[in-house]
Design a protein around this ligand. Structure first.
Ligand SMILES: NC(=O)c1ccc[n+]([C@@H]2O[C@H](COP(=O)([O-])OP(=O)(O)OC[C@H]3O[C@@H](n4cnc5c(N)ncnc54)[C@H](OP(=O)(O)O)[C@@H]3O)[C@@H](O)[C@H]2O)c1
Length: 319
């Protein structure tokens, strides 16, 4: 029986639920926590399943071939993998979670909060507090341009859902793409063109050195006045101070923020009190235990049968 180590900083009760679910789906694997292994046994482990792991614990397993993340966003793990591969002759691969259920959940979230902004819900919420009976103009979905930054697993699923709802959909990624029904842009000049044609901007990019503070005063000022913003990716992609200044100046109408540079958002953060910001606690697409476990089990089964490591994170070009 092969041994897989499960490395996580999740609360103990949650760790146990994951272990039970994963073990049920992979009865031929011994899946254990790091402290359940002897020093000798650590030498035999070739796969780790991780969820927000301490990389120092990961480093205790010298013969790992690949690491399966239970999260889709893996930016915090990248430096460890890059350094490992620079300093070793063997390659350690990182596999992030690609789960159709996660994409569906994110697409639902994008639709829900796009409708929230399109249907002027923040304005009605303010008006109700002021007992103000005043209809606000609401264009048809076909008149609303929703632009998605990032056209990967999550971005493309969100685009499909928005198209089904009748929105005009723009997309942006590094590489040019042809996506049915979507006006797609790429590169720096593409970003400028897209921002100028946006009513609701949705960020679904990974956080990388290239995307860090990509959305700042200069880029956000390219949006038409009154545009709205949704960040479901990572807080570090946006310069928060610049965004707040543009909200205060009523250049950007409203922002829905699910992600922040520091999470949980500190009680002292002014964002909580800003009437032009909707704060969400990183819930737009959380990993689904059952479906993610099935994806992981299938990846591991394929590796055991065929020796093929599943689709790896491109450590050189993507981050
Ligand atoms: N809030 C939540 O609950 C939650 C949940 C899950 C994930 N997330 C976040 O969502 C992010 C996206 O996930 P995903 O699975 O869709 O990732 P993905 O499949 O890797 O897609 C990333 C997309 O971003 C584009 N991109 C990357 N760097 C770029 C750059 N410098 N300029 C322009 N485009 C760039 C890629 O372009 P190419 O196609 O040209 O390569 C690709 O289209 C994750 O990294 C994570 O941070 C958030």
């Amino acid at each position: 029986m092969n041994t897989i180590v499960f490395i996580t900083r999740l609360p103990l009760a949650e760790q146990q639920i994951w272990l039970t679910t994963l073990t049920t789906l992979m009865p031929n694997e011994r899946i254990v926590l790091p402290n359940e292994l002897t020093d000798r046994e650590t030498l035999t482990v070739d796969i780790a399943i991780v969820a927000n792991p301490d990389v120092e614990v990961l480093a205790r397993f010298p013969h790992l071939q690949w690491v399966q993340s239970l999260w889709a966003g893996v930016e915090t793990l990248i430096p460890y993998f890059k350094k490992y591969n620079e300093n070793h002759t063997s390659t350690l691969s990182l596999v992030r979670l690609i789960d159709p259920q996660l994409s569906k959940t994110m697409a639902e979230a994008v639709l829900a909060w796009t409708l929230y902004l399109h249907r002027n819900m923040p304005a009605y919420s303010k008006q109700q507090r002021d007992k103000l009976w005043r209809p606000v103009h609401c264009p048809a979905a076909s008149q609303v341009r929703v632009s998605i930054l990032g056209a990967g697993e999550l971005g493309q699923a969100a685009m499909q859902t928005l198209l089904q709802q009748g929105y005009q959909v723009n997309g942006w990624s590094r590489q040019p793409k042809v996506l049915e029904g979507v006006t797609h842009y790429s590169g720096e000049s593409g970003l400028k063109s897209l921002l100028q044609k946006t009513d609701i901007l949705v960020c679904l990019l990974p956080l990388t050195p290239q995307t860090h503070h990509l959305l700042n005063e200069k880029t956000l000022m390219l949006l038409p006045k009154g545009a709205k913003f949704i960040n479901f990716a990572r807080g570090g992609i946006v310069n928060q101070d610049d965004l707040q200044r543009l909200l205060k100046a009523e250049f950007i109408d409203h922002a829905v923020l699910d992600v922040f540079e520091q999470e949980p958002l500190q009680a002292s953060s002014p964002l909580w009190e800003d009437p032009n910001i909707t704060v969400l606690p990183h819930i737009s697409a959380t990993t689904d235990l059952e479906s993610a476990s099935r994806v992981v089990a299938s990846n591991i089964h394929q590796f055991r049968e065929e020796g093929q490591i599943p689709q790896r994170v491109d450590l050189i070009n993507a981050y």
